[in-house]
Each structure stands twice: as C-alpha cells, then as structure tokens.
Design a binder for this molecule. Structure first.
Ligand code: ADP
Length: 781
C-alpha cells in the first residue's frame, strides 16, 4: 500500500516558484532537517498525492492558530520551508504518514487560488555562509552548550553532541540545535525567520542556555530526592541485614527485646480485663513501630503507666480505735473536737468497712494542723498518705489529665498520686479546695466532683489512661481556709470540721511538746544543747508571730535552732538556754508592739475585729474631719459593702445628732474622711459597721474610744446591731492583741461556747442590740 519512493533528484537551486502549502501546527521544519508528519484532512491528502506524482516538493508553513479545519492565508506565518517527501505511507483510508526533509527557507509572496489546498508564489532564500571570528566563536560556544544539553538529556543519543561539533555551516548548526531543543513553536519559528547568521546564532544560544539551566536544575532536584530515598533505603536495608544476622546468631534486636519485656510485664501484672485489652492493643502497635520514632516513646510511656498503677494493690487497713486515738494524741495537742470526730469516723469504718462515709473537710486558718491531722489519720490506719494542692488549679486537665494525642501528655494529679502511693487505698488530702479556680480551660470542680462522688468514682476516667480506674477505696480528706468559696455541690459532699486556731497558752504547750523537739532534731541538736524558757516562747508568740496557726512560730523556732547550732558548731558554747532577752539576738527586733492596742490616743479612732483567710485580725478605723461641704471620703481599699456601712453609720449619727450632743448642722460645714489601715489590703464585709460608727461618733463628739476595747457587728439605719460570722476567730485575735473588752452583737452570744475558759477570764464580753448602746459602752465620758 505504500508508494515506494522513486530516487530523489531535486536541485535545491531550482525549486519551483509556486508551491503547494501544507500548514504545520506542532513542529517547525528547518532546512536539512528531517521530520515525520501525519496528514489527515482530505485536501491535504490530495496535496500529498499530487506532490508524490510530481517532484515531491511542497511548502510547509507554521500555523499561528494551532490545529484547525480550514486554513486561510491569514492563519499562517509569512516564512516557511520547502520540503521534500522522503517516504510516504497510507496506514488508513484518509491518513498519510510522511517523512520529509527540509530544503530551503522561503517567504510567501502571494497566495494563489484554484486548488482545494493552499498554493503560494514564493521567494526562495539563498543563505549566506561566510564566517568571521565572532561567528566561529558563537559556533564553538553553541556546539559546546549543545553537547552539555545532550549529556543532560537521557532522550538524546550521545553522538549528537559530536555531530554538532562537526557541522561547518553556521546557519545549519543554528537550525539543527534549534530543531532539537525543547523550545516552543513560536520560539522555533522565530529562529526560522532570522536570516542574519549572528543574530540567529545568538537567539539559539539564548534558548539553549535556558534549556541547559532547566535541565541542570531538574537534575539537581532529582539527585536530592534520590539521595533521600537512598538513605532511607540504605537504612532499611541495613536494618534488615542486622535483623537477619541477629536471628542467625540467635539474638533479638533491641526493640523486639523491649516489646517482649512489656509483654511479660503485662502478663505478670494482675490487670483488670479491660485494662489488659488496652495494654495488649498498645503493645501490638508498639511492635510495629520504629524505636526511634516519637510515637514509640509515647506508647512505651503509656504502657509504663498502665503497668505501674496499683490496679489491685492495696495496704491492709489497721482499724484499731485505741491505737488511732494514741496516734492522734501523739501527733497533736488539743483539738479535742476534731479528734473525736475522726475517731467516730474510723469506728464506723471498722464496723462497716464498705461504708461510703462523708468526705472530711478540715476548715481553718493556715498552720492549725489540718495537714498534719490528715497525716495522722493515714498513720493510724496504716495507709499511704498523699497531698494534692489544689490552690490555683484552673485546668480540668490537672485533675483528669490530657489526652494522649497531646505532645507530652500525662495523667492528672489523682492518677499520678496513686502511682506514687503504689496502693489503691491511700489517704488523699486535697489541699486548699477553696482556692480552686475556673476558666476557659474547663472547670476542675466538676472533675473533682466525679472524684469525690462515691456513686461515680469507681469508674473514674482519666483522659490519658482512657480506661476507668476505681477510686472508691481511696480515702479523701479536703482542707480549706474558708467555706465561702468552695463550690456548693462539692461542699454538699463534705463534712466540715473546724479548726479555730490556738490561744497563747496552747501555742506554748505545742511549742514545748512538739515544735521545739521536732526542730531540735531537725538541726541535730540535743536536749542538753538547747533549751527555751517559757518566757522566751511567749515572747516569740506574742511579739514575733501574731497568727492564728503555728506556721510562723515553727519557722521562728527553726531560725533560733539554726542560730544556736551555728554558735555551737563554732565552739562558742556547748549548751545554750534561750531566754527572753536572747530572742532578739536570733530573730532581730520584735515585729509587733504590745502597745498597738493603745494606738487610740485621739478621738476618731476605733478598734474592730475582722475575719480573714488567716483567721481573726485586729482592724483599726480612723476618721478625721476638715472644713468642707459634707463630703464623705473612704480610703484603704474598702469593698462596696463596707462603704455602705460607713454611709449608714454617718446617716445614723446625723439623725441622732441632738441625742449625741453634736451640732445638728455639722455636716454642712465639714468633709469627713475615713481610712482603714493597712491601706494596701482589700477589706470588705458588713461586720465593721459598729467600728465605723464608733470612730465617727468619737470624732464628732470629741470623746475618745476606751483603751483595750474592740468590737464587731453589722449595723442598720434603724439603729439595730446584727450578728456576724467568725466570732471565735475574732475573739482569739483580740486575745492575741491583749484586748480586754469586746463588744459583740447579742445574737452572737451562743458562739462563745467553744472559747477556752482562760480567755473568758481575761476578756470581758459585752453584748448589744442597739447601736446607741455601742456608743454608750465604747466612748469615754
Ligand atoms: P495547715 O495544714 O492547717 O496549714 P499544718 O498541718 O501544716 O497546718 O500545721 C503546721 C505545723 O503546726 C505543723 O508542723 C504541725 O505539725 C503543727 N501543728 C499544728 N497543730 C498542731 C497541734 N494541735 N499539735 C501539734 N502540732 C501541731
């Protein structure tokens, strides 16, 4: 079916003036180059047929538009190439395969009509071939560059580089390179259209250069990717080899070793069923991981946790009530009520071991023995003790842990504590439950609720563990300084046991029996080497540490022990007795002056009693007046409630001015300023009402408030005195400050029951219902 080519005999210098034109759209034919072509349209096939029967010459011109049904002259470039058909075959009815060779460039003069295909009268272009040095240089350059391109392109036969070097004709060299390059059709056409040799060479150089850069860059990227691949493959290969060698030697690789180790540990440990399943699942994941991956560490850490937790391990409870009493008394002086309640609690446990008793909550100022009571309970029961401080915990995750998907995730504090205790029935002390925070990170109190609720806590879920842990055997004890800020649902679950604070006498005894022996031992001193006189202890308590609890007292005793130890170590003395006059030597000048209660030297100052987190405290109110127009100024960081009390006191005095012997119009002529030191500490609450009243009345009547007298109570506009809270703590504070008379609301009389006899002997209590009575009792005549 293919027409065999007849011998080709065409004279390049005698090409016909009129050529049949075939449009080209995906290639450019350069003179002397060979190009395969596929022709499909009827008119084009007719063109080819007619050419084949003639001299086999026709013209090829690139189309500007790409492929198209019908071509007009306007679609074609003006410069083309005459071509000779080297071979023709017809694989199908309307297809022709051609192999053509380029002959010469031509420029179209005009298109001629009359045939189904295009015909044009053309001007054949005779190319110059004269060389100068610049052309030679350009040629060497181009041939070299082309050689490099051939090297970089795996698709080009390597002989092409050599061949380029052997081409003598500059135009041909440029054409050959341009036709081989991977440039666009437009770029190739541009080369075809440049007749001036230098220009053509330069254009091809430019195109070749760009192609070389692209190829080099591609090569570089390839190499980088390959390097990465190679390293991975190499590692993998080596590891496989290592494995094979180890197996051959009967050894196992490290990770396999570790996986096996975990497997035995899991088998040996008595784990609950669901935990075992979870552990095995994680173990199977582990076996598939690479030991240096971060996931591997996450998995082993998790397994460590599962294995370490005391799922079934517990200590045996000692529920010997006599022994418990003994332990509590050994560790603590006084505290009769709390001790009694604790013993009752233990007794119930003894009779009904699975009873879900309430959770004890010790409430009281710092240093009153809350933590040490908890410790004693654990000791008495033979349980482990663990303390968790909740102060400032705002994040639910602190209680419940972070999910394992977080980097560096850990279980919450409850589970951490259990791991440390190595038993599932320790005594857990949740300290400062009143300081629990809450914010966007979730509400830790709801998590705590689950921990403390006996109905829920046998399946406590920690986010990290993801399997439930039974907390029902843990004994929870909580502590707080005040009750007000404990979330009510939590408070509901707890039985409150109050610790008030100690009187001076109690503190002296505790110091002698507990604190001094403990500190002595801690500093490596013997009983002979250090002794405190009773007076010295009292001096420390009264003048160095004015507090409800024992924290500072213990600290100051430790300071003295340190000082004494130093002196003994330096050989200054062998035994030291600490007397009243020696205290300042170790602790510096005294911090509180006993005269503080006698600060009242002028009218306008009154002493109140306040109740804070640290227990009771003395609070002074100072009032002063100056010329003005009836303004009331309040300073010392007072809260709204306290400000309102001050306004109410002032209004009461104005309505009762005549009765009190005050000029009824006083207010029009003066400004009143009330200040409460210490000015930096925020103060609030209604209980300073009577004190504000007394200070104002004293100022306006000019009668001083009696010395050694303090008061507390809420006031109303109608002249009533209402009861307030924290009476016991306040009375203890008054006692510490050597106050001898305390005015209290009558309804608070019942609160004095627990106050030690000794205080009753030293303080006179006066009870009032009416504000007028406060003034009668408080102001000097
Ligand atoms: P809290 O937990 O209430 O702040 P701590 O339990 O830490 O107080 O007590 C502070 C110090 O005082 C501890 O060294 C404690 O042993 C001691 N302490 C407190 N109350 C007594 C007491 N009644 N008898 C003996 N020591 C006590």
């Amino acid at each position: 079916m293919a027409d065999q080519p007849s011998p080709i005999n065409v004279n390049v210098d005698k090409l016909p003036e009129v050529l049949s034109i075939l449009p080209l759209f995906d290639a450019v034919l350069f003179p002397k180059m060979v190009l395969p072509l596929m022709v499909m349209q009827d008119d084009s096939i007719q063109l080819v047929d007619e050419a084949m029967s003639g001299d086999r010459v026709f013209g090829l011109v690139v189309s500007k538009q790409g492929s198209k049904e019908k071509y007009g002259p306007e679609d074609l470039y003006a410069m083309g190439t005459s071509a000779l058909i080297l071979k023709m075959a017809k694989p199908g009815e309307n297809r022709a395969q051609l192999l053509v060779q380029g002959m010469r460039r031509f420029r179209v003069q005009e298109f001629i009509e009359g045939k189904p295909y295009l015909q044009a009268r053309v001007e054949h272009i005779q190319e110059a071939d004269k060389k100068d040095t610049e052309i030679e240089a350009l040629m060497v350059n181009l041939a070299g560059l082309f050689g490099r391109i051939v090297e970089l392109s795996p698709g080009l036969p390597s002989e092409m580089g050599q061949m380029a070097k052997s081409i003598q004709d500059p135009g041909t060299l440029a054409d050959m390179v341009a036709s081989t390059l991977n440039s666009t059709i437009d770029e190739k056409q541009r080369v075809l259209e440049i007749l001036e040799l230098k220009k053509r060479l330069k254009e091809v150089l430019r195109q070749a250069n760009r192609q070389k850069e692209i190829l080099e860059l591609g090569n570089k990227i390839q190499n980088q990717v390959k390097e990465g691949m190679d390293k991975q493959q190499r590692d993998y290969y080596l590891r496989q080899q290592l494995k094979a060698i180890q197996e051959e030697l009967g050894e196992k690789d490290q990770s396999q070793f570790e996986v096996d180790e975990y497997r035995t540990k899991i088998e040996e440990k008595d784990l609950p069923e669901d935990v075992r399943k979870e552990a095995e699942r994680e173990l199977n994941r582990l076996a598939r991981m690479h030991p240096s991956s971060s996931e591997y560490t996450v998995a082993t850490t998790y397994l460590d946790w599962l294995i370490a937790l005391p799922w079934h391990e517990s200590t045996k409870d000692v529920l010997d009530i006599k022994k418990a009493k003994k332990v509590l008394d050994e560790d603590h002086f006084g505290l009769e009520k709390p001790k009694k309640r604790i013993i009752e609690y233990l007794a119930v446990r003894k009779l009904k071991p699975d009873s879900k008793g309430p959770i004890l909550c010790f409430v009281g100022p710092p240093g009153t023995g809350k933590t040490s009571l908890g410790r004693s309970i654990a000791r008495a029961m033979g349980r482990k003790f663990h303390r968790i401080s909740l102060g400032g915990v705002r994040d639910e995750a602190e209680i419940r842990g972070h999910r394992r998907t977080y980097v560096g995730a850990l279980p919450g504090r409850i589970i951490q504590g259990l791991r440390r205790c190595e038993s599932n029935n320790p005594v857990f002390m949740l300290d400062e439950i009143d300081k629990l925070g809450m914010d966007f990170r979730g509400d830790p109190s709801s998590a705590l609720l689950e921990v403390l609720d006996p109905e829920q806590n046998f399946t406590f879920s920690d986010h990290y563990l993801d399997v439930p842990f039974d907390l029902s055997r843990v004994m929870f004890i909580t502590t707080a300084n005040i009750l007000d800020t404990i979330p009510p649902p939590l408070l509901d679950r707890m039985e409150v046991i109050r610790l008030l604070g100690y009187t001076e006498d109690e503190k002296i005894q505790i110091a002698q029996k507990f604190l001094i022996p403990r500190q002595r031992e801690a500093h490596g001193l013997s009983e002979k080497q250090i002794a405190f006189t009773r007076g010295a202890i009292r001096h420390i308590i009264a003048d160095y540490t004015r507090e409800a609890g024992l924290r500072n007292l213990e600290r100051e005793i430790a300071n003295i022990c340190r000082g004494v130890a130093t002196r003994i170590a330096e050989g200054e003395s062998v035994a030291i007795r600490v007397r009243v006059k020696d205290v300042a030597r170790y602790l510096g000048p005294q911090r509180f002056t006993p005269e503080e209660a006698a600060r009242i030297q002028a009218p306008g100052v009154a002493t109140g009693l306040a109740w804070t987190q640290a227990g009771g405290e003395i609070l002074y109110v100072e009032a002063t007046a100056m010329k003005g127009k009836g303004n009331l100024t309040l300073t010392g960081q007072l809260g709204d409630v306290m400000k309102e009390s001050a306004a109410a006191a002032l209004s009461f005095i104005r309505t009762h001015a005549a009765e009190l012997g005050i000029d009824e119009d006083f207010y029009a002529k003066m400004d009143v300023h009330i200040h409460l030191p210490a000015g930096a500490i925020p103060k609030d609450g209604p209980s300073a009402g009577v004190t504000l009243l007394a200070a104002l009345a004293s100022l306006l009547t000019g009668r001083k408030v009696k010395k050694g007298l303090a008061m507390t109570g809420e006031i109303t506009l109608r002249g009533q005195v209402l009861p307030v809270g924290g009476i016991k703590e306040k009375v203890l504070a008054a006692h510490r400050s050597r106050i001898h008379t305390v005015i209290l609301p009558r309804q608070n009389k019942k609160d004095l029951e627990d106050i030690p006899k000794k205080i009753h002997r030293q303080i006179q209590f006066q009870f009032v219902d009416k504000m007028m009575d406060v003034l009668k009792l408080a102001l000097e005549k």
